[in-house]
Design a protein around this ligand. Structure first.
Ligand SMILES: Cc1cc2nc3c(=O)[nH]c(=O)nc-3n(C[C@H](O)[C@H](O)[C@H](O)COP(=O)(O)OP(=O)(O)OC[C@H]3O[C@@H](n4cnc5c(N)ncnc54)[C@H](O)[C@@H]3O)c2cc1C
Length: 305
């Protein structure tokens, strides 16, 4: 019979969760790792070549996640292919999902974040018909085409750079007056005239009937609008935390990200939060790994109490 009680429960199958489960298992405690549908990888699942990951050669997100999952299995981590909807309790926690409930002494929440979508008319209707959030999945459909990317952070620029392998021109529309991205991405975009930039601007409508035919872009500084013809729109306009499983009383910042102490414990004792769900997370995989390692080691020590 499948086990229903663990020293540590880790929730979320992204790189933070996989790392937390790994280090908790290395510390010698029993670990249940809750991965929705058993599919690991999270936000980098479809990224074909990770930046900033210390390894030789190119490594994709799916490959990294699969490697960590396999290693965790060897270490004795119990994979539970279920999402968790709620966490309750004080000294021992009860975790509930659609198909059951489990007990754990300590909990590490690594549920990450979801890509925000555009509220503009047409964006939802044309999602999957020209509106996308994955250049690595859909970029090949836009060979010699004109595409638009919404956003100005690392994700927007790295995906735009990947689109440049296929597209004829890539317009980047950002609300800011500068990019908030790695300098190497900004330099790459600045050096290639196929990138057209629209600062202090936003997409106010996605145009098209059966597929994307263009976008209406508003220049917020000038107060003017233009229609830009394109067949693809890639949206990377920020992240929303996947924090709904935590009780309302657990501290969050004004954007809903989970507040922790410097050792990654939330305001609920015995519940840790690491990676993209956490307020103050820096956005790099290596930072997720560092946070998860620290939290796992702290939580494991508590299991002896
Ligand atoms: C397009 C893109 C490209 C990127 N490229 C890079 C890069 O090259 N290098 C780099 O350093 N960073 C990159 N990043 C940033 C990086 O992806 C994140 O910082 C990192 O993936 C965060 O990992 P995480 O495990 O905290 O969260 P996530 O990756 O979001 O993983 C969380 C997982 O938990 C699951 N989950 C959510 N709720 C529940 C629940 N209730 N129960 C169970 N499971 C749940 C989610 O489905 C998800 O699988 C990129 C980000 C994007 C969007």
């Amino acid at each position: 019979m499948a086990r229903t009680s663990f020293d540590i429960a880790v929730i979320g199958g992204g790189i933070a969760g996989l790392t937390a489960a790994h280090h908790a298992a290395l510390a010698g405690v029993s670990v249940g790792h809750f991965i929705a549908d058993g599919m690991p990888g999270g936000l980098v699942m479809n990224v074909g070549a990770l930046d900033g990951w210390p390894t030789t050669g190119a490594l994709g997100g799916a490959e990294l996640a699969a490697g960590l999952l396999g290693r965790n299995e060897e270490l004795g981590v119990s994979l539970v292919p279920s999402p968790i909807d709620s966490i309750e309790g004080a000294a021992a926690k009860t975790l509930s999902g659609p198909d059951g409930s489990w007990r754990a002494k300590q909990v590490i929440v690594a549920t990450g974040a979801s890509l925000r979508t555009l509220a503009a008319p047409g964006a939802e209707r044309l999602f999957g018909r020209g509106v996308s959030q994955c250049a690595w999945c859909d970029g090949g459909l836009y060979r010699d085409a004109e595409v638009v990317v919404a956003g100005g952070g690392d994700a927007a620029l790295s995906e735009a750079i990947h689109l440049a392998e296929f597209a004829r021109s890539i317009m980047i529309v950002t609300r800011g007056e500068m990019f908030r991205a790695r300098r190497s991405y900004v330099t790459r975009v600045a050096e290639d005239e196929r990138f057209k930039l629209r600062w202090a601007s936003e997409i106010v409508e996605v145009l098209g009937d059966k597929g994307v035919e263009g976008v209406r872009v508003r220049d917020n500084a000038a107060g003017s609008e233009e229609v830009v013809a394109c067949s693809g729109l890639f949206v990377f306009v920020g992240l929303a935390p996947n924090a709904g499983l935590l009780p309302a009383g657990v501290g969050r910042d004004e954007r809903g990200f989970v507040v922790t102490d410097p050792g990654f414990e939330t305001t609920s004792p015995g519940v840790f939060a690491v990676g993209a769900v956490r307020s103050g997370y820096g956005g790099r995989l290596t930072q997720a790994v560092a946070e998860a390692t620290t939290a796992a080691e702290r939580a494991a020590v508590r299991c002896d109490d």
